[in-house]
Design a binder for this molecule. Structure first.
Ligand SMILES: Nc1nc2c(ncn2[C@@H]2O[C@H](COP(=O)(O)OP(=O)(O)OP(=O)(O)O)[C@@H](O)[C@H]2O)c(=O)[nH]1
Length: 343
């Protein structure tokens, strides 16, 4: 089944490479100015993203923002706020932190009306979530090697597809590694997708995920590509042998290129709520994550989990996802997120 007992990281078999018909986009010269990804500049696009983010987070926001409509600033309001934050999966720590800070602010600034208290809460939430903001940059390494992990069905493969297409449309040459050697369908899915989108995918029929990853890094280096993205099989943090396998994949990537993987990302399903926090802790302990991608925030009532992450394990959130389309994945911006929640 899994080959994590093998001593050698590189499997002897020849990897299958699904290459696009045309050669990949030539590598850009290494630039001293790394390029941030996904910056929405156009006001119309920004507006469209904000309205979709608001709609996506409406189940989380409805419990919160309604509290302030015509509310009196009394103990009942704080209690309802506490319940709403806990229901949004902000967790006990972040909820207590926000409520204590809000009480203090209301007292210090002598706030008397609900709108002012809501504005104060908004600012506190922005301050809490801002440290999670981090721009995803390319161009510091050639290739930039990214390893993508997460539990089953979190949205890893879909997210890789969205990122790859976006990077490609920004002139980046991208190589994907089908490191999910456990689920044959996942491998097929990535290969078909690669062919359709003119993106090279490295895969092995009965592969060792570490070997596939190593080959991908070697190939990325040899071809002078910009980005190598390595998909991994979904696993639960409680499956300790599979977490060990993931650590091995990470180590072997490092043997393929010094300093790689440059990004070790965890994809989290935003519907998971408090369990997401357990996932962040476990994957971070095992792999030292460089960033998170939180998917499926559309339609969830549990968007408050970002506050829990910010308090308990503040791993940067590079992107958030609110749907299946490519434009539904965007950089996390604390002020936008809070505006969608409480705006
Ligand atoms: N609504 C919604 N669905 C999403 C989002 N991101 C991914 N999905 C869907 O979630 C499902 C699982 O996505 P995958 O990318 O296959 O997940 P995975 O983590 O690779 O799954 P495994 O390979 O089983 O571990 C698919 O149906 C995706 O279309 C999102 O932001 N919103």
């Amino acid at each position: 089944m899994f080959s994590f007992f093998k001593k050698k990281p590189v499997a002897p078999e020849v990897p299958e490479v699904i290459a696009p018909a045309s050669a990949p986009t030539p590598a850009l010269p290494a630039s001293s100015d790394p390029e941030p990804l996904f910056a929405i500049e156009e006001p119309a696009q920004k507006q469209s993203w904000m309205s979709r983010l608001k709609a996506g987070l409406s189940k989380t926001s409805s419990n919160l923002s309604i509290l302030f409509v015509g509310a009196k600033i009394d103990e009942a309001l704080y209690e309802e706020l506490e319940a709403a934050l806990l229901m949004s999966d902000a967790g006990i720590d972040a909820t207590e932190y926000l409520l204590d800070a809000l009480r203090q602010k209301v007292k210090d600034d002598k706030l008397l009306d609900a709108a002012a208290v809501k504005a104060a809460l908004k600012q506190l939430m922005i301050d809490l979530l801002s440290p999670l903001e981090r721009k995803f940059e390319l161009g510091r390494h050639q290739p930039t090697v990214m390893m993508i992990s997460g539990v089953n069905g979190a949205g890893k493969t879909t997210t890789i597809g969205k990122l790859a297409k976006h990077m490609q449309s920004h002139g980046q040459s991208v190589l994907l590694a089908a490191g999910d050697t456990f689920r044959a369908a996942a491998r097929e899915q990535l290969m078909v997708w690669g062919q359709r989108n003119n993106i090279t995918v490295i895969s092995q029929a009965s592969g060792d995920p570490a070997a596939v990853s190593f080959d991908a890094v070697q190939s990325g280096k040899a071809k002078g590509l910009d980005v190598v993205m390595i998909d991994t099989a979904g696993r639960l943090p409680t499956q300790l042998h599979l977490m060990e396998e993931l650590k091995k994949v990470q180590r072997v990537i490092g043997k393929g290129m010094d300093g790689a993987p440059h990004e070790t990302l965890l994809v989290i399903d935003g519907n998971t709520g408090q369990n997401a926090l357990a996932q962040v802790k476990a994957f971070d302990d095992a792999l030292k994550l460089t960033g998170l991608i939180i998917t499926k925030l559309d339609g969830t009532a549990k968007g408050g989990v970002l506050a829990a992450i910010a308090r308990v394990r503040p791993v940067p959130v590079y992107f958030i996802g609110i749907g299946e389309k490519i434009e539904d994945l965007q950089p996390f911006v604390a002020a936008e997120f809070v505006e969608a929640l409480l705006g």
